[in-house]
Design a protein around this ligand. Structure first.
Ligand code: ADQ
Length: 458
């Protein structure tokens, strides 16, 4: 295999800043192995937009190349089609989707423009690996520019059931464009299956078995490649001095009480209001937890310019006030709601002192917090993960306490079973999950995709 060319909406960081997610780490590792380019949007809006200078930054074998967007591109492509149309539809939220025709035009245009700027950078032996819902139609653009290289794609978010996707205007045309990739990677078997079903039922592709579909005379692999984390590195983070400092501070604050931890970007897919309601239900149905078990929710704001996000934020502030007003005592605050970011080592320490990891999205591609929580636990006295059945992570973490996030009763009962779970059982469940996380880590994930795209392209 030649160099790797990674395309994603945002690029980098190349160095472990302590803030980089597992994804950046996995990609940097894959990139440094072969050398290559990481191409994407600079995050800046300018008058020249994608017609401006390429912004290059090079470290040893990896080059970051970024371009701007115009304000019009940003509105239609990013704030529009990506975040107001695709994000809700792919998370099964047709009620929140905005089907503005100009968004789709802007989206296709930016995919085409990015392909045009990428084209001259590509060498004949390169493998191109495109990421996420921002660039579903990029392969079709690249192929029309006579790019012959292997083309892989990974979707980080869910791929919905065909019955849902069919509501998206021109869904069939978008999926036809996706078939230009040689490999389409999804987070879960369910997602891969949804994609193949749509391709077969709605655009007349043929199922040729082994997770492959044929459209025209082109074969595409459409399989699940569940993303992993660097579990061993994260486990080490949890023992770092920075982690210890946060643990000591929290231990003091908790004074022998126990804590549930939630960590999510503020987003309607994460089921945060439902989670707060479930915690309130826990205090109602299992009053022995009053004064003994608090919920710490860390939720940095994201996409704060969108109305749907402003509303959740307001709702969560209100609910925190309501639950605390109802149950707080002199020396006990039931919910602590923090809307800031933490360095990853600090976060690892916070996971480690928390007896329960509460991950209850209504829909989630994978959910890396679930994996990080397990990686950060103490082997001798691990906490328990309470996990939504609608997170991709649930397919590979069957030893978690699996719950339906829509049911406050079920989540409350799940938390209660976690809090009363005997040490032996906690250890057994944790051990199986941790071993699997170490084996199916971020590197294994990118290797599997690279291996398969090379094979199918040949
Ligand atoms: P996200 O929707 O962002 O990712 P997730 O997988 O949970 O969701 O990843 C969030 C990352 O941000 C985690 O690594 C977490 O530690 C970090 N993070 C969150 N809050 C933080 C805070 N306050 N401080 C510091 N770090 C914080 C998308 C999909 C997911 C999929 C990933 C990767 O929506 O389903 O798992 O991509 O493919």
């Amino acid at each position: 295999m030649g160099r790797l060319v990674v395309v994603s909406n945002r690029v980098g960081p190349l160095k472990d800043t302590g803030r980089a997610g597992g994804l950046a780490v996995a990609l940097v590792d894959a990139l440094t192995k072969t050398g290559g380019i990481w191409f994407g949007w600079s995050g800046n809006v300018s008058e020249e937009g994608s017609f401006g200078q390429l912004q290059r930054q090079k470290t040893k074998s990896v080059q970051m190349v970024q371009i701007d967007m115009t304000k019009a591109d940003y509105d239609a492509f990013y704030a529009g089609y990506a975040n107001r149309t695709l994000w809700p539809v792919l998370h099964y939220r047709l009620d929140l989707a905005d089907f503005d025709r100009r968004f789709e035009q802007g989206y296709r245009y930016v995919n085409e423009r990015f392909a045009t700027r990428l084209r001259p950078l590509v060498e004949p032996d390169d493998v191109i690996w495109v990421h996420d819902y921002h660039f579903l139609t990029m392969a079709a653009s690249l192929r029309s520019m006579d790019v012959r290289n292997p083309l892989a794609f990974f979707l980080h978010i869910p791929f919905p059931a065909p019955e849902i996707l069919a509501a998206l205007p021109n869904a069939a045309s978008i999926v036809r464009a996706m078939m230009a990739y040689d490999l389409l990677g999804f987070q879960s078997e369910r997602d891969a299956d949804n994609f193949r079903r749509f391709a077969i039922e709605e655009i007349g592709a043929t199922d040729i078995g082994d997770g492959k579909v044929r459209f025209g005379n082109h074969e595409t692999i459409a399989r699940a490649y569940p993303i992993g984390i660097d579990a061993e590195a994260f486990a080490k983070f949890a023992m770092s001095p920075d982690a210890r400092r946060h643990m000591t501070r929290l231990d003091k604050l908790m004074g022998g009480r126990q804590q549930i931890i939630g960590v999510d970007r503020i987003d309607y897919s994460k089921g945060l209001p439902e989670r707060f309601r479930a915690y309130e239900r826990l205090l109602e149905d299992y009053p022995e937890n009053r004064g003994r078990l608090s919920l710490m929710q860390i939720a940095p704001p994201s996409r704060a310019e969108l109305n749907a996000y402003i509303e959740i934020r307001r709702e969560l502030d209100e609910m925190t006030g309501h639950v605390n007003g109802r149950f707080a005592d002199l020396d006990w605050t039931p919910i602590r709601f923090l809307t800031k970011s933490f360095p990853r080592r600090a976060l690892a320490g916070i996971y480690r002192v928390s007896r329960i990891g509460l991950v209850t999205p209504l829909r989630d591609g994978m959910n890396l917090v679930a994996k990080e929580y397990i990686a950060a636990q103490r082997a001798e006295d691990p906490g328990v993960l309470v996990l939504s059945r609608f997170a991709g992570a649930a397919e590979g973490m069957k030893e978690a306490v699996i719950v339906n996030p829509h049911s406050a009763e079920e989540v409350a009962a799940g938390i209660q079973s976690a809090i009363t779970m005997p040490l032996d059982e906690r250890r057994d469940r944790w051990q199986s999950m941790f071993e699997r996380l170490c084996r199916d880590d971020a590197i294994a994930w990118s290797n599997a995709i690279m291996k398969d795209v090379m094979a199918v392209h040949r």
